[in-house]
Design a protein around this ligand. Structure first.
Ligand code: BES
Ligand code: MN
Ligand code: MN
Length: 462
């Protein structure tokens, strides 16, 4: 792998310029106004794979945005790594909080990234991390050092629930045949504390609508006499947690796998500073479920959060009104063994049951996803661990993440394949937030680590 590493060092500026070009295209999958740009991004990804030396580069159309496929089969008797990533990004709003344009990438230095970080929507999630794979592959191709077969599947609908990926996978099982799936779409603890994600939470996401009177009413004439949907919605939402911040939906915790004391002790070894955590978020204290640490609350425990709430008058000044309707979007992060569909039903039944007379509740489920775990005694994990150890000079720590990548469970079900999550982002990279960025250190560490994964995975598979 020495030659590939030298190629990476010799092409640093080129690799920076190229990711910056890719970040300029606003591939927001949630907003139809950007449809052209999403398609343009797929073409750009396909072109970069072709240039890197991949064969069979294809822009596969789906009922939504296309999936970019490419491969390099050097010898069918060797193992095959299937790389998954996504080229779509989250919307950039609130745009006024960005210190530079979300699609005008610039490199800025920060305390955590003294070498500089690229500021742009998608810099870390996931264009920057996905592109590391294209560049690592290029480095191996140009130096004749690809040790196994490689396939790429890069989608454009991850941020909207990967709605068409399931169909694509079901219809292309042979094309996607592999020994392992490799994904860089997660994070690590710190630049000097490498870690590998071994678990992801599942997701159940619902939208609720509360209807009171048939029209907006004068809050003086009717206030106090009819149910106010906004008051009611807030009361109902508040009741979803008890005084210990446990979730009150009956049956919610029934299938949760509790970790053993040993496992929790093992988890507690990962470095965590409450002071630094609070300082970074400018909060005076943490908040969460009684009986669990912050690390546990954010990874091995299920949660329920309101993501958005609206209704009534929110314009300038004061309008005295009782709204006819109130709305909220609510996410529940789930842990292994919880079934998103079952949880959605439990939520729906419970939420309808607590609505007071004089109101009507409507619960609409959105996309969800199952949780996933990667065993640390698998060849895939061991190869990733050795790869990090080689490039960081430190053994990585296995860590369960609070985020969700629902397709990981789907890949296991449909393709029978485990996924290795080699993420290089940091929690402070502000993914989904204004001023998302990705450290140049992280970008290059990723590009340098990936070839070692291929090498060790091939060796360990023998
Ligand atoms: N890459 C993230 C998930 C992630 C980030 C996992 C950091 C672990 C660490 C992914 O793009 C994402 O945002 N997923 C969504 C779920 C999806 C169904 C929209 C999420 O976690 O909210
Ligand atoms: Mn992502
Ligand atoms: Mn995301």
């Amino acid at each position: 792998m020495q030659k590939a590493q030298e190629y990476i060092q010799a092409n640093r500026q080129k690799f920076i310029d190229e990711i910056i070009e890719l970040l300029r295209i606003p591939s927001i999958s949630a907003d139809k106004a950007y449809a052209k740009d999403v398609h343009k991004t797929a073409e750009s990804v396909a072109a970069s794979l072709k240039e890197a030396g991949a064969d069979n580069v294809e822009i596969c159309q789906t009922a939504g945005y296309p999936i970019v496929y490419a491969d390099k089969i050097i010898d069918p008797s060797l193992p095959t790594v299937l790389v998954y990533g996504h080229y779509d990004v989250q919307p950039a709003d609130p745009i006024e909080l960005w210190t530079s344009g979300p699609f005008e990438p610039v490199i800025k230095k920060t305390d955590i990234h003294p070498e500089g970080a690229i500021f742009a929507r998608g810099a870390c999630d996931d264009k920057g991390q996905m592109f590391m794979h294209v560049k690592a592959f290029e480095a191996m191709m140009k130096t004749n050092s690809v040790p196994c077969n490689v396939k790429f599947m890069i989608e454009g609908e991850e941020e909207v629930g990967s709605v068409n990926l399931g169909v694509f996978v079901k219809e292309n099982k042979e094309k996607l045949a592999a020994d392992i799936i490799l994904v860089s779409d997660t994070g690590m603890l710190a630049n000097d504390v490498p870690s590998i994600t071994t678990g992801l939470r599942g997701l159940s996401y619902v939208e609720v609508e509360i209807t009171g009177p048939n029209r907006d009413l004068h809050s003086g004439l009717y206030g106090g006499c009819v149910s106010n949907p906004i008051n009611v919605l807030n009361k109902m939402i508040a009741s979803l947690h008890d005084e210990n911040n446990h979730i009150t939906i009956p049956g919610f915790y029934d299938d949760v796998v509790e970790l053993s004391t040993d496992e929790r002790a093992e988890m507690a070894k990962a470095p965590f500073s409450k002071e630094a955590y609070c300082k970074a978020l400018e909060i005076s204290d943490v908040y969460g479920e009684e009986g669990y640490t912050t690390m546990e609350r954010g990874s091995i425990r299920p949660t329920l959060d309101v993501n958005g709430i609206w209704g009534g008058y929110t314009g300038e000044g004061a309008k005295t009104v009782i709204a006819s309707k109130a709305y909220a979007k609510i996410s529940m992060r789930l842990v292994p063994n919880q079934d998103p569909e079952k949880i959605t039903k439990l939520f729906q039944n419970h939420f309808e049951s607590i609505a007071p007379a004089g109101t009507v509740v409507k619960v609409t489920p959105h996309h969800g996803g199952e949780p996933a775990v990667t065993p640390i005694d698998s060849i895939g994990y061991m190869a990733a661990s050795k790869a990090y150890e080689t490039s960081f000079g430190k053994k990585p720590i296995p860590v369960r993440s609070g985020g969700s990548i629902p397709i990981v469970a789907m890949f296991e079900k449909e393709l029978g394949l485990k996924t290795v999550l080699m993420g290089f982002g940091l929690d402070s990279d502000a993914i989904h937030s204004p001023n998302e960025h990705y450290g140049l250190f992280n970008y290059f560490k990723g590009i340098e680590t990936i070839p070692y994964f291929y090498q060790y995975f091939t060796e360990l598979s023998k």
